[in-house]
Design a protein around this ligand. Structure first.
Ligand code: FES
Length: 111
């Protein structure tokens, strides 16, 4: 299990176990506008590569949305839905999590 504290206007990356082919996987943890966390797989829906393109930059300053550093797709925080870019209409893969008594996001890294 991994525990993450998250605040408004932050997006954090959490290392997960590699996929069955041994490729690295990460989760993106954000707080949506309703003040509740969301967790998505760090993988663009256009091409299956990390959204941050290795930069750890995930939030677009102007829109406050998640953005793909490779081709600029924008994803809403609340549902991972892509509103602009080559994968418009698709959504990031949500990952299961729970919130503990202190408000931290708890992830199973074996997801
Ligand atoms: S790989 Fe993300 S928009 Fe192309």
């Amino acid at each position: 299990m991994k525990t993450v504290s998250i605040e408004k206007d932050q997006a954090k990356l959490v290392q997960l176990q590699p996929d069955p082919r041994g490729r690295p996987r990460e989760a993106i943890v954000v707080l949506a506008g309703d003040g509740k966390p969301r967790v998505y797989l760090n993988e663009c829906k256009h091409i299956p590569i990390p959204l941050d393109a290795g930069t750890a930059e995930l939030l677009d300053e102007d829109s406050g949305m998640l953005f793909c550093g490779t081709h600029g797709a924008l994803y809403r925080l609340e549902d991972g839905y892509c509103v602009a870019g080559p994968c418009m209409g698709e959504a990031l893969d949500p990952l299961p999590f729970r919130v503990d008594d202190e408000g931290h996001v708890v992830l199973d890294e074996d997801l």
